[in-house]
Write a protein that binds this ligand. Structure first.
Ligand code: SF4
Ligand code: SF4
Length: 168
């Protein structure tokens, strides 16, 4: 008798479980098939920083605003050797960056010359790759210097979420 009671209880438990399964079976899915499908974060999400050398006026305001001391730049010069309001190079050390957005907020240009993208897929295979650099003509995502291969390389560990990043 005890045996049949246990079988009955188990059957009822299975039916209860299936009731929950069927309740959600026909509802729209709230999950996505990552990484084939990727959700876009909110507009104010602070992803990897991007930089536009053509927009930057080398004013140093982002450097002064940065609490982690991770930005550096050098002014470009004209034929007479005088500094001009353009960058010769600009770097951000992602190893020190805390993604606080203070650099973007301090940047006076419209659109911003430095800004957070929505890119949350950001991995580094070594310390050198964390030091992102930009010179005139480099893409917004920048490059890093590989001292082993002795060459500038495009970051492979950052996957751009949008073909054209949002910029304020
Ligand atoms: S996000 Fe913050 S820590 Fe990172 S570079 Fe900008 S100001 Fe510095
Ligand atoms: S990124 Fe913006 S704040 Fe920084 S130097 Fe360039 S123009 Fe100035």
């Amino acid at each position: 008798m005890e045996y049949f009671k246990n079988v009955g209880k188990s059957f009822v438990a299975i039916l209860k479980g299936l009731r929950v399964t069927f309740k959600y079976l026909l509802k729209p899915a709230v999950t996505v098939q990552y990484p084939d499908e990727k959700l876009l974060p909110f507009e104010r999400f602070r992803g990897a920083l991007l930089f536009d050398a053509a927009t930057c006026i080398a004013c140093n305001l982002c450097i002064k605003a940065c609490p982690s001391d991770c930005i550096a730049l050098e002014n470009a010069t004209n034929e007479a050797g005088k500094k001009i309001s353009k960058v010769a190079w600009y770097t951000i050390d992602f190893g020190k960056c805390n993604f606080c957005r203070l650099c973007e907020e301090a940047c006076p240009t419209k659109p911003k010359a430095v800004w957070h993208s929505l890119d949350y897929e950001l991995v580094f295979s070594n310390r050198e790759e964390m030091v992102r650099s930009w010179r005139k003509g480099d893409s917004w995502i920048g490059v890093w210097y590989d001292s082993v291969r002795k060459q500038w390389r495009a970051p492979e560990g950052q996957l751009p979420l949008l073909p054209e990043p949002q910029r304020h």
